[in-house]
Write a protein that binds this ligand. Structure first.
Ligand SMILES: Cc1cc2nc3c(=O)[nH]c(=O)nc-3n(C[C@H](O)[C@H](O)[C@H](O)COP(=O)(O)OP(=O)(O)OC[C@H]3O[C@@H](n4cnc5c(N)ncnc54)[C@H](O)[C@@H]3O)c2cc1C
Length: 389
């Protein structure tokens, strides 16, 4: 079932390649991982070896140098095939902060390794238990001592920390009350976790409703060479923000993929399941919600494409990235709900994969940015209303 003309866009070959790769990782593979809360190492290795996680890295550093639309096509297809890119999507875009703000030496040191998969940059340490969405209130502090920084503090929801070699870390280098603006005095660091884990860096997994390999991390006098500071000290908040529009657009593409998976499953089941002597899909009460979920997905898909187009043209696209993320997350969440309803009791049975995908896609109402914060952004920055917080 072709759900969108865009499945045959200029990245149709990429989509087909990803589809073939995903065929080796059917529902059964993901169900077993879910049971044991294990990481999809084989899946991530296959994507890495095929070069799909390095599409955004320029060719001079070993990647394929493609744009955001190509990356979106990869992640959307992974989700549309029933797999889960949440295990490795950060490997694709977190390096963008190094690419845009790192020195040539840092780029040479890290990007080729990330492109080949030898170096895993999967962890992104921003959120803290006490600051939450109010990022500038974070407390983790990096104090300069000679040619090192000494880091103390804690992060939460640092996903994939156990499956990453390096982490991009946002920490305060000047106390908040000593800066003119709260967005100043934050710095971004490249942390080589291999050197400090189990010593000054402790990682504790958090069990969540889906298998997401997310963790708490604790820093206790963790020493980082000063050369691992990214860009200028005190400007780290800007560097992290600059990567967020790409991240939101790509997560939105994943949600469009999820919505396609749910819609296809719903329509197939509605056509196949016979109750009262006829297909359940013959009832408008079953077919209308599926049709509406389809329309929502297509609208979100257009916004994702618009966000990616503006990004690739180097134009401002903060509003579009946020709207794409919200519309796509809403579309996938609604499509998931409809899919459970269409399947009746079987929607809850693990072997149908619907309940697993339902749990997985629910995350994107909250992370990497919650819907309320997107609405606040649009109200304030696009529509000129007062800041509400
Ligand atoms: C599985 C998972 C993986 C994650 N991975 C990472 C990661 O790799 N790295 C990382 O740094 N972070 C990660 N996060 C953190 C994620 O980005 C945050 O959970 C998210 O930004 C929301 O922050 P919070 O949980 O602190 O919620 P809070 O900020 O405590 O907010 C709680 C609720 O209140 C609402 N709210 C807060 N303030 C306002 C306001 N002013 N107006 C209206 N509503 C408001 C929010 O929308 C939300 O619904 C992850 C989270 C999860 C659950």
């Amino acid at each position: 079932m072709i759900l969108s003309p865009y499945d045959n866009d200029e990245y149709a070959d990429v989509r087909e390649g990803v589809r073939r790769l995903c065929a080796d990782f059917p529902g059964d593979y993901w169900r077993k991982l879910d049971e044991t809360r294990s990481y999809p190492t084989e899946f991530v290795n296959a994507l890495t070896e095929a070069g799909y996680l390095s599409v955004l890295i320029p060719e001079e550093y070993g990647g394929s140098g493609l744009g955001l639309s190509a990356a979106a096509a990869v992640l959307e297809t992974i989700q549309a095939e029933g797999c889960n890119g949440g295990a490795c999507h950060a490997q694709m875009y977190t390096m963008g902060t190094i690419l845009r703000h790192g020195s040539e030496e840092q780029k040479q040191k890290y990007l080729p390794g990330i492109a080949s998969g030898k170096l895993r940059l999967q962890a992104f340490g921003v959120t803290e238990p006490t600051s939450g969405t109010d990022t500038t209130a974070l407390r983790t502090f990096a104090k300069r001592e000679g040619d090192e920084y000494v880091v103390n503090g804690q992060k939460i929801w640092t996903s994939r920390a156990e499956h990453s070699d390096i982490m991009l870390l946002l920490a305060r280098t000047t106390p908040r009350d000593e800066t003119k603006k709260k967005t100043e005095g934050l710095s971004t660091f490249i942390v080589d976790m291999r050197e400090v884990v189990g010593k000054s860096l402790t990682i504790q997994p958090i069990r969540t409703m889906m298998n997401h390999a997310t963790c708490e991390v604790f820093f206790e006098d963790m020493r980082i060479p000063a050369e691992n500071l990214l860009g200028e000290e005190g400007k780290g908040f800007r560097y992290i923000l600059s990567g967020m529009n790409a991240e939101r657009t790509l997560i939105a593409a994943e949600c469009v993929g999820d919505a396609k998976w749910f819609t296809r499953k719903s329509a197939e089941y509605a056509n196949e399941r016979q109750v009262f002597g006829r297909q359940i899909g013959a009832n408008q009460g079953i077919q209308f919600p599926i049709a509406r979920a389809y329309a929502n997905m297509r609208a979100a898909e257009l916004m994702v494409r618009e966000a990616a187009r503006l990004y690739e043209a180097g134009e401002p696209m903060g509003a579009e990235a946020n709207m794409a993320k919200m519309l796509a997350a809403d579309a996938s969440n609604e499509a998931a709900n409809v899919c459970i309803q269409t399947h009746g009791g079987f929607g809850f049975a693990e072997e149908y994969d619907v309940e697993r995908k339902f749990r997985e896609t629910r995350l994107y109402q909250v992370a990497p940015i919650s819907t309320n914060l997107i609405l606040s952004f649009l109200a304030e920055h696009v529509l000129g209303m007062p800041r509400s917080y």
